[in-house]
Design a protein around this ligand. Structure first.
Ligand SMILES: *Cc1c(COP(=O)(O)O)cnc(C)c1O
Length: 397
């Protein structure tokens, strides 16, 4: 009331400015080297500048190009950066859909504030993405190729030129879209027994800790973990299974959340177990949350031959996993995330113990397959669901 403080502009997708590319890029074929590079972006990108004095400027859709930032920009020195990983799916009804985009908007806002970057009205994120896809969707995710998707990378960086260590006063939000190889299409002959091999982390290498920022999608979480990941790859594994604390709690696998299904020793009932969010050691995956909600509602009763599951979010240790494995109580394990979706785990190596994660005699991880099919049904419009956000491309009907 009567305040003269200048009001800061909110992020607002409705007044977006569009500049069309006159030099369209080639759209890579599925499985081509360009697609496998995970970096061949679409024709356009979204950019929005922010300053501490004015707030959010007018968003733009403009031709994809390199960014120009000063060598003294905060993000290059102090890791003032965070991001999201999302996908847009081309449905079997011809429509493009995002999956629970407000969850990503909320998380980016949270990560941004945790990383000393600006907050924003989180439901504007999906509108900015929609503007980009109205233009790039029809060409890069054509209607006649349902069942395909593009990967989306909304990113926030502090651009302020200042080597002084301080809260940045200038930032840039940008959104790029990238054709992404389909993780479920295993090349014939390369992997007869699909499933990830996980190598547990070493005690001297910790991904996240209480009071840290492992729960936020900050670039600072990833760079320092790549050496361990690279080592695991060179040993023939696919991901690191990150353990925490002297009791070796199981947290998550690479950039995916980790789930195990086992028989409870006392009750004999089957449980879906995953690490909790309260201690802030893991990233609260949108896929994780969706898996838990679907299992709670659809697997509280048997489905076909599959027995019901109790959902359990609690800290558990690799020692408990080993015990369950020795007692043959493990049914299956899988990881969840946007980038690599729902993928079964075939093996975990902890020290000198190799644990097979599939119940003896089982041909495949059936719970993972069922949950995956439910999620795909929603993403590709086979099932009408409130988690899907439909985008209309230009010239589409
Ligand atoms: C992004 C990410 C996940 C998966 O989150 P989704 O929202 O399901 O894509 C899990 N763990 C880490 C560390 C991540 O960065």
């Amino acid at each position: 009331m009567g305040s003269i403080a200048p009001s800061l502009a909110e992020l607002d997708a409705s007044n977006i400015k569009v500049t069309r590319s006159t030099n369209l890029r080639n759209v890579p074929k599925p499985g081509s080297p360009e697609e496998m590079s995970h970096s061949h972006c679409t024709d356009h990108m979204v950019t929005v500048r922010w300053t501490a004095s004015k707030g959010w400027e007018t968003p733009e859709v403009r031709p994809y190009e390199n960014l120009s930032i000063p060598p003294t920009a905060s993000c290059l020195h102090y890791a003032t950066e965070c991001f999201e990983g999302m996908k847009v799916y081309r449905g079997y009804d011809g429509k493009m859909r995002l999956f629970r985009p407000d969850c990503n908007g909320e998380r980016l806002d949270m990560s941004s504030k945790r990383g000393s970057l600006p907050g924003f009205k989180h439901d504007e994120l999906k509108r900015l993405i929609a503007k980009l896809l109205e233009i790039d969707g029809p060409r890069w995710l054509p209607k006649d190729r349902p069942g395909e998707h593009l990967y989306l990378r909304p990113t926030m960086i502090a651009t302020q030129a200042n080597l002084g260590v301080q809260i940045p006063k200038e930032a840039l939000l940008f959104i790029i879209a990238v054709p992404w190889p389909d993780p479920s299409k295993v090349k014939p002959g390369t992997n007869a027994h699909p499933g990830l091999k996980l190598l547990t982390s070493h005690e001297d290498n910790i991904r996240a800790w209480p009071g840290g920022y492992g729960y936020a999608k900050l670039g600072a979480n990833y760079g320092p973990s790549l050496a361990a990941h690279g080592k695991a790859l060179s040993m023939g594994f696919n991901q690191v299974l990150w353990l925490f604390g002297s009791d070796r709690q199981v947290t998550e696998a690479g950039a995916s959340n980790f789930f195990i299904i086992w028989e409870n020793k006392e009750t004999g009932k089957r449980e879906l177990v995953t690490a909790p969010l309260e201690n802030q050691l893991i990233l609260a995956g949108v896929t994780r949350r969706s898996v838990l909600e679907l299992v709670q509602t659809r697997l509280s009763q048997s489905v076909g031959d599959l027995a019901p599951l109790d959902v359990v979010e609690r800290s558990f240790t690799i020692g408990e996993v080993e015990q369950a494995w020795k007692e043959e109580r493990i049914v299956e394990a899988f990881v969840s995330g946007t980038a690599y979706f729902i993928t079964p785990v075939s093996l975990i190596r902890n020290g000198d113990v190799d644990m097979n994660m599939l119940k003896a005699g089982a041909e495949r991880a059936e719970y993972a397959a069922l949950i995956k099919s439910w999620l795909e049904g929603i993403m590709y419009g086979k099932e009408e669901h409130k988690w899907a956000y439909v985008i209309q491309g230009e010239g589409e009907q």
